[in-house]
Write a protein that binds this ligand. Structure first.
Ligand code: ATP
Length: 218
């Protein structure tokens, strides 16, 4: 019987496999379902609990015990019909937390209408992230919602040799520096007394525009 933390992953494409393997590495139990025998075979070593079934059928899902799960992810993208039908089958089974991957905004809107609780757009989001990391001094970029981001960047030249408090980072740039990493060191929490050196990495949090401007400073 599935427990509260077990996660059902439907579809073992690149996204589904990476998701299932990461959940396993984080200590969760995973059951993966795919209609394709070869995909199941390829994942049986790494994922372990893999079941071959057609996830568009509520009965087939019920038979493999999918109804016991409290969290499920529909990781089917390109076959939009299968993605929608699998999401609907999970809703039919009464699964309380359903995540689904969408490849277009319209696909996402339909998944939401059908009953997905959270829709993700991996291709779109990764495009946004890669575009930002190509610009300025941004090393990594995570959108927290429509208005706030976390950016990993380097210390701008104009702040080098100054302490965070003294440089008035929050009031002048409208961002918070959360942590700092010296070359070869590890990230440590930043305080008002943390000295910023050229070559240090910082993680800043703030409104999107402010954080992007901070990462673009000379
Ligand atoms: P990725 O980009 O993650 O590689 P994708 O969107 O290109 O995935 P899809 O073809 O949409 O890949 O399907 C992902 C997986 O979902 C495939 O392994 C496919 O066999 C599986 N799948 C498709 N339809 C069903 C279904 N009805 N039931 C179960 N699994 C399915």
């Amino acid at each position: 019987m599935a427990t509260r933390d077990d996660i059902l992953v439907i579809g073992l494409g690149r996204f589904g496999r990476a998701l299932a393997e990461t959940l396993l590495s984080l200590g969760h139990e995973v059951m993966a379902v795919d209609a394709d025998a070869q995909a199941c075979q390829e994942c049986s070593q790494t994922i372990g609990h893999v079941v071959q079934a057609d996830a568009t059928s509520t009965d087939a899902l019920r038979q493999v015990g999918a109804g016991e799960f409290r969290t499920a992810v529909v990781a089917i993208g390109n076959d939009i019909q299968a993605s929608i039908m699998a999401t609907y089958a999970l809703v039919d089974l009464g699964i309380p937390r359903i995540w689904a991957k969408a490849i277009t905004a319209q696909h996402g809107a339909i998944l939401q209408r059908v009953g997905a609780h959270r829709v993700v757009f991996p291709e779109r989001d990764m495009g946004v992230r890669v575009a930002h990391t190509m610009l300025g001094r941004t090393i990594d970029y995570v959108e927290l919602d429509d208005e706030f981001v976390l950016i990993e960047t380097t210390v701008p030249r104009q702040l080098a040799g100054r302490m965070i408090g003294e440089a008035q980072v929050r009031s002048k740039f409208d961002v918070s520096i959360l942590c700092v990493k010296r070359p070869g060191g590890r990230f440590t929490y930043a305080t008002q007394d943390t000295l910023l050196n050229l070559g240090d990495l910082v993680v800043v949090f703030g409104p999107t525009r402010s954080a992007e401007e901070f990462a673009a400073l000379d």
